[in-house]
Ligand binder design. Structure first.
Ligand code: ADP
Length: 390
């Protein structure tokens, strides 16, 4: 490889990075992950075949985001593996209403992106930190920002609105939707897998630590379960998802909880972790004999089925259901249980294909088709970079 893109996806407790060939940005030549920032920092760098080429651990103390970025920069030669860096791409959670598609970052655009931080205080500053660090180090290097919200700007105004006083909507309190890079990647894959379905009515279930659904028609977002923040919609690893706003007022009144305490409750202490009292990790819950683990999984599935019903109504029907991300790609039980709740829509799984995790998992006679499609947010960013720089 001679010329390469680096893609950075800096989250709240991890930094993911990938190396893509500039001329053929489809598959990553290297992938790396620093996870456990704040708990047990650990780096793993893999080659294109998935084999580990470098692994490192650090003591948790003092290992914050800035340090993780320093370590990522220091790994430059290991990541680049002899190729020349021609551009960096970044996953940025919030593009507001202004940024519906990827942009080349200038100092002025960086300031506009920083101004969106109050809309995503837990993520946006982490996403922007590597852009600033690289700009300081190599000011000439083209940097491209790709947004999690961008894909959803195709939604009708009614799908983006809350029933709040107009001045609040005008101040930006509205549904933005997230996981957009994942949904966009799935839409591009679907065009290849089943072009007719790609034009139809599709629900994509992105089920990872964060989880959401997106209703798509003609490959465009029609509605999604995440709203103003990534805390809305489905139950997740540690987030509760949709919650009666009255519960928050009640907790403020009766337990004296303030904004920070409520933030910790709905983002970090709820979901699979909060309901099970055991873990946020689906594998751990599936392996547990504790009835609270089974209750947490049952609620996770129930919420998905209910929200699918809501999106089907918003879209006026359903032709296909796609599962993706850690749980969607790997947990056959989740797929089987969700599909069982969608029988009334005309969906029947082929049990053997589902258990084997094949690409198409619906039965031949099923009116609605079901699929497992691995997502690749970094790959989507690399494609956008190639388009913008061409
Ligand atoms: P993130 O949102 O952090 O990118 P992932 O997409 O990696 O998360 O999804 C993490 C979730 O996927 C965890 O709940 C994990 O237990 C689950 N998962 C990963 N592999 C499997 C598996 N083989 N079986 C069941 N669940 C799995």
């Amino acid at each position: 490889m001679s010329q390469a893109f680096v893609v950075l996806n800096a989250g709240s407790s991890s930094i993911k990075f990938a190396l893509h060939e500039a001329r053929a940005p489809f598959a990553a030549a290297r992938r790396g992950l620093i996870e456990g920032i704040g708990t047990a920092p650990h780096l793993r760098l893999r080659d294109a075949a998935g084999d580990t080429v470098l692994e490192r651990r650090w003591p948790a103390e003092g290992f914050d985001h800035a340090r993780a970025m320093q370590e990522t920069m220091a790994l430059g030669p290991d990541i680049l593996a002899g190729s020349a860096l021609v551009a960096a791409g970044h996953r940025v959670v919030h593009g507001g209403l202004e940024f519906a598609g990827p942009v080349r970052v200038t100092p002025a655009i960086l300031e506009r992106l920083a101004a969106l931080s109050p809309l995503a205080p837990l993520h946006q500053p982490h996403n922007l930190a590597p852009i600033r660090a690289l700009a300081a180090l190599t000011p000439e290097l083209p940097q491209i920002a790709c947004f999690d919200t961008g894909f959803h700007r195709s939604q009708a105004p009614v799908a983006q609105a809350f029933a709040l006083p107009r001045r609040m909507s005008e101040a930006g309190i509205r549904r933005y939707g997230f996981h957009g890079l994942s949904y966009e990647f799935i839409a591009t894959q679907l065009e290849r897998l089943d072009p007719a379905l790609a034009q139809g009515r599709v629900i994509v279930a992105h089920l990872g630590n964060g989880a959401s659904l997106c209703a798509m028609r003609h490959g465009q977002s029609v509605a999604s379960t995440m709203g103003f923040t990534a805390a809305d919609g489905l139950m997740m690893g540690t987030r509760c998802g949709a919650l009666d706003a009255g519960v928050l007022i009640h907790l403020m009144d009766t337990e004296g909880m303030d904004a920070r305490a409520l933030e910790a409750l709905i983002y970090k202490e709820s979901g699979l972790l909060g309901v099970s009292g055991i873990s946020s990790d689906m594998r751990t819950l599936r392996a547990s004999a504790d009835p609270h683990a089974a209750e947490a999984v049952a609620l996770f599935i129930y919420r998905i089925i209910r929200e699918i019903g809501s999106l089907v109504a918003a879209m006026g029907g359903l032709d296909g259901l796609i599962f993706t991300a850690g749980i969607g790609e790997n947990d056959a039980g989740t797929r089987a249980e969700v599909a069982a709740g969608c029988g009334w829509l005309g969906l029947t799984l082929d049990a053997a294909r589902n258990a084997a995790g094949q690409q198409r998992i619906s039965a031949e006679a099923s009116r609605v088709s079901a699929w497992v499609v691995p997502t690749d947010e970094e790959g989507m960013i690399a494609r956008h970079m190639a388009e913008i720089l061409a």
